[in-house]
Ligand binder design. Structure first.
Ligand code: FE2
Ligand code: FE2
Length: 323
């Protein structure tokens, strides 16, 4: 594995730790070219912290004029049905909610950094971001219910849990195409990844390590398919795993994934009874129909900016396609 020097190897336990040497090498190059923008790193801190003030969040969003325009446009979208047009970030925060607006901002930054529409033909790239947003949204709702996990942290973990797939699709499209071919031929997603030595949990983890993300997110990324392996952040990893399973159940799944986590372990770890889970699923199915158009709108708002590359988020160079 290509762990950075400051991450202790023995503090993680991932059974299939082989990574294609070419991918590992290029990931290291990529981490030098594609650093996570300062705004995104700051947003990760702010969203995860329940004591964040509206002013702190406003100041960060306003550092980027393109982002400011997008969040104001989002607050004026039909989803929120405001009577008086929203003209400031501060008001947009009161309409959208500070954690939600922070997450949308982070999501918009990431979708610009990783243009998944450059991925292989035949792969529904929008579904990858919709899935990530759905897991983030479900994670927050679960966290609010179980109270063993900070909702803001659950949102970030959900948004980032498929970082590896996002990297593979956007930066290694030829390798990802090989993966799709194996899956189309009948192989199970994670097994096909192991065969190609590109387990997406590992790819996302490597990049997140190089970005020096907090350990809570490193574990959520690495163990979202094997939550029982988490050591220090068991509850948030289990909750992200459950949000991932539920996203698949309610129609926001990924064609490349087959989930294998143990539901009994997850429910015990986060403190949710099977009866409460059923009630949660019923409420969530109803609510998800309302929120989907908002996610689509957010992704559409990002697409032209990604092409124009004007925002600070896009001050990042793209890597050439895979070998
Ligand atoms: Fe995954
Ligand atoms: Fe997932």
């Amino acid at each position: 594995m290509v762990f950075p020097m400051d991450v202790a190897l023995d503090s993680f336990d991932f059974p299939d730790s082989r990574l294609d040497p070419q991918v590992a090498h290029r990931l290291r190059d990529l981490s030098l070219l594609v650093s996570l923008p300062q705004i995104s790193l700051r947003l990760i801190d702010l969203i995860g912290d329940p004591n964040t003030s509206v002013r702190e969040l406003r100041d960060v969003v306003e550092m980027d004029p393109a982002l400011t325009a997008k969040v104001i446009s989002l607050a004026n979208s039909t989803y929120y049905a405001v009577r008086v047009p929203v003209k400031t970030v501060e008001r947009a925060i009161t309409i959208i909610g500070y954690q939600e607006l922070g997450l949308m901002s982070l999501g918009m930054g990431l979708t610009e950094t990783f243009n998944v529409s450059a991925g292989p033909r035949g792969f529904d790239s929008e579904s990858l971001w919709i899935h990530s947003l759905a897991v983030s949204w479900l994670g927050q709702r679960l966290a609010l219910q179980v109270k063993t996990v900070e909702p803001g942290e659950a949102m970030i973990a959900g948004l980032l849990h498929e970082l590896g797939l996002i990297v593979l699709v956007s930066k290694f499209p030829l390798i990802f195409q090989k993966l799709l071919d194996l899956i189309l031929a009948g192989q199970i997603g994670l097994e096909a990844e192991s065969a190609l030595m590109i387990r997406h949990e590992l790819v996302g983890f490597e990049l997140a390590c190089m970005w020096k993300l907090p350990k809570i997110y490193l574990e959520a990324i690495l163990y979202h398919h094997q939550p029982e392996k988490a050591k220090e952040n068991k509850a948030i990893v289990a909750l992200t795993s459950l949000a991932d399973i539920l996203a698949n159940k309610i129609g926001f799944g990924l064609q490349t994934e087959v989930l294998e986590a143990d539901p009994d372990y997850i429910l015990q770890t986060i403190g949710l009874s099977p009866v409460d889970l059923q009630a949660f699923i019923r409420q969530t199915i109803l609510a998800s129909k309302d929120v989907l158009p908002l996610w689509r709108q957010m992704l559409r708002a990002t697409a032209p900016a990604a092409a124009a590359s004007k925002s600070r988020f896009s001050s990042l160079k793209s890597e050439a396609p895979g070998p």
